[in-house]
Design a protein. Structure first.
Length: 397
């Protein structure tokens, strides 16, 4: 079995597991934030109980209570929610290695952006994830983190600045995936370095007969809420890899900034709704504005399509596609490290080239994301020839 196919299988299985773990983590995050917001105080409850919520699901009724600090004793069985987060990050980082770090020249490095060596590109990516968590953690523990709005504003500005930096170091796709990896690392760092350790301290205090410090639970809740708001933009970033128009624009960092704002507003609407208060419906049109701006930026920021100066024969087009595209997009790719045509798109016969003319135009002329990081060295003149051929109706004669 070819090594390339084995790597593809490894990538598929890791991606599948990453998505499954992410669903479990996101689901528990959404659920517990909604549960916490829906708790209602009642005079009949123990004074140490913050509130309770009644729920119905699967034909049964559930009575949920939350203690302000902790109960007097712990049951024999206590469920910890942590491996959903850990496994999401572990398999996500493994996927980052398989797709981007094993072949940095394919997806990560774009010489037109910055001519990095493979070592510098990978080392810089890993270092940025570590530094991002440390800076975020320091912010939360500083005077800035003492005020939620102040922390949100400073954090947003820094996140946009980091996004801008990534887009000026890596390829558009590589930049976006590192934004997602950074935010995901911050989220799992919250669980691993603060939420779970704080919960363990509370458990130890209870077992030792000491009264737990309420600040521990409050800090954990703050970080859990941060994770809740960061979930939606991370999901967008992961999906954006399949939509080149989101990152193939000189305004890609602003596109992500607009998406951040929109998703924060949407998440806030749901979180407010869970409290039982009347939701502010103005948040939806407010969220639509930055999304519309993001769409507009993808249009305005696209590289100008090349324009041809004369008739182009199909033989010329076939030669360009054969040299620049079909080395990967063929039944048997000849490009090193590619074992099968990306997304199953084949451009190795005249019929297939003609049938996919609109896609060729979009990817090679408009967004210019193909060839990936221009690995095959397509020239501006060749892009112009492809544009002229498509604009002429993509003739095959």
């Amino acid at each position: 079995m070819p090594w390339g196919l084995l790597i593809d299988w490894a990538e598929l299985l890791v991606r599948w597991t990453h998505v499954i773990a992410g669903i479990a983590w996101i689901g528990s995050s959404f659920y517990f934030i909604a549960l916490d917001a829906s708790l209602k105080a009642h005079p009949r409850l123990d004074a140490r109980v913050k509130g309770e919520a009644w729920q119905v699901h699967g034909g049964g009724f559930y009575q949920m209570q939350k203690f302000t600090v902790a109960p007097d004793y712990l049951p024999d069985e206590l469920t910890w929610f942590k491996w959903e987060a850990y496994s999401t990050w572990i398999f996500g980082f493994a996927l980052l290695v398989l797709v981007y770090y094993l072949h940095p020249s394919v997806y990560l490095i774009d010489p037109a952006v910055l001519n990095l060596s493979p070592y510098d590109a990978v080392a810089g990516g890993i270092a940025s994830l570590v530094a991002g968590w440390l800076i975020y953690d320091l912010l939360c523990k500083s005077w800035i983190g003492q005020d939620t709005r102040r922390l949100a504003l400073v954090g947003f500005v820094l996140l946009v600045a980091v996004t801008f930096g990534y887009t000026h170091v890596y390829s558009g796709r590589g930049a976006f995936i590192h934004v997602g990896a950074l935010v995901g690392s911050i989220m799992v760092g919250n669980v691993f370095f603060l939420i779970i350790p704080n919960q363990r301290i509370v458990v130890r205090d209870l077992l030792a007969g000491r009264v737990p410090d309420p600040a521990l639970g409050n800090a954990a809740k703050q970080r859990s809420l941060h994770n809740n708001y960061l979930t939606l933009p991370v999901v967008f970033v992961m999906l954006s890899n399949h939509y080149a128009f989101t990152y193939a624009t000189r305004w890609s960092w602003l596109v992500l900034a607009a998406v951040f704002i929109a998703t924060f507003l949407v998440r806030h609407w749901f979180n407010a709704k869970h409290t039982g208060a009347r939701p502010d419906w103005r948040l939806w049109p407010a969220a639509a504005v930055p999304m519309a701006l993001a769409a507009l930026l993808t249009v305005l920021g696209q590289p100008r399509a090349a324009a041809g100066s004369g008739p182009v024969s199909f033989a010329e087009v076939q030669h360009i596609v054969g040299q620049r595209c079909a080395v990967c997009h063929a039944a048997r790719p000849s490009f090193d490290g590619i074992s099968e045509a990306p997304k199953g798109i084949l451009l190795d016969t005249p019929r297939r080239i003609a049938a996919l003319a609109p896609q060729i135009y979009q990817q090679a002329v408009v967004t210019r994301v193909m060839p990936l990081n221009n690995l095959t060295g397509i020239t501006e003149q060749e892009r112009a020839q492809l544009a002229q051929w498509v604009n002429a109706g993509a003739p095959t004669q």
